[in-house]
Design a binder for this molecule. Structure first.
Ligand SMILES: Nc1ncnc2c1ncn2[C@@H]1O[C@H](COP(=O)(O)OP(=O)(O)OP(=O)(O)O)[C@@H](O)[C@H]1O
Length: 266
């Protein structure tokens, strides 16, 4: 195993790049979902990832996480090429990210606290007392009351499930969190509260957040940068102002559409 400290990847303007994707190609059978896709994610930013339904936002997220195979290209996380890692180094990288999948994906037979403890039990060797304390800390961190800890997912509201899933994603103090449509299914107030929570955690913990979202409110209120996926690659990226200035027809329709205008007017 290569234990030498890695020199962080830097962008041209000296920002640290925590995820670098180059020339990525992913497909299933005869279908190519993305090809020649390049993307940089910078440390400490909230990157909102948009694109029409079915363009491959979840597939890209899963490809970065190593859950779907790629046909070509490189994916570097924290400066390490994920293809070149032995299993121990790979686990060490995985410990440094947390994931909130689209539907929360909590284990229904486990309580909230037990769900939060799953990654802790897998990666950490600690006493039951410490596991208990750490899990309660994460539950509190996402704004759930202590009595939610012993509830089962079926006893929780949609917003509480998202928070519990976020607590589990934060279980190992990750540097990056991947959120796949975290506000889908929440009412606007619940979605706004969740956005505020993400923004607070990003500031207090210095998290890098990779967030797939259709939620224009989230894009406006919490994202530092936005990347749009279409035609199997990144068709536009930058601040909300950059997106508003884009000539790409889909980006234009999305950011200047009726719903976008309503959000801008708020
Ligand atoms: N395991 C798989 N096998 C075959 N096709 C797949 C697989 N996973 C995803 N796809 C296909 O890849 C395409 C992209 O799917 P993906 O879920 O990434 O879209 P998305 O941009 O996240 O969409 P949405 O916004 O609706 O969630 C879809 O056409 C989907 O059917």
């Amino acid at each position: 195993m290569d234990d030498a400290p890695h020199t962080p990847l830097r962008s041209a303007d000296e920002r640290e790049v925590v995820i670098r994707v180059r020339g990525l190609e992913v497909g299933f059978g005869e279908r190519t979902i993305m090809k020649g896709l390049d993307l940089d994610v910078y440390r400490g930013e909230i990157l909102g990832f948009v694109g029409a339904s079915g363009t491959g936002k979840s597939v890209l997220t899963r490809a970065i996480l190593g859950l779907v195979p790629k046909r070509a290209g490189t994916i570097e996380v924290f400066g390490e090429d994920l293809d070149g890692l032995n299993p121990a180094s790979r686990r060490a990288i995985e410990r440094r990210w947390g994931v909130l999948f689209q539907h929360g994906a909590l284990f229904s037979s486990l309580t909230v606290k037990q769900n939060v403890q799953v990654p802790m039990r897998e990666y950490l060797d600690m006493s039951d007392r410490l596991l208990e304390e750490l899990a309660m800390l994460k539950i509190e961190m996402v704004g759930l009351s202590p009595d939610a800890a012993d509830k089962y997912p079926s006893d929780l509201s949609g917003g509480m499930i998202k928070r519990a899933a976020l607590a589990r994603a934060l279980a190992l103090d990750p540097e990056i969190v991947f959120l796949d449509e975290p506000t889908s299914g929440l009412d606007p107030i619940g979605a706004g509260d969740f956005d505020d929570l993400i923004a607070t955690l990003q500031k207090t913990l210095g998290l890098t957040v990779f967030m797939v979202t259709h939620d224009l409110d989230s894009l406006h209120s919490v994202c530092d940068r936005i990347a749009a996926l279409g035609e199997g690659r990144i068709i536009a990226s930058g601040t909300i102002e950059d997106m508003l200035a884009s000539d790409h027809p889909w980006v234009k329709a999305y950011f200047h559409g009726k719903r976008a205008r309503a959000v801008m007017a708020e």
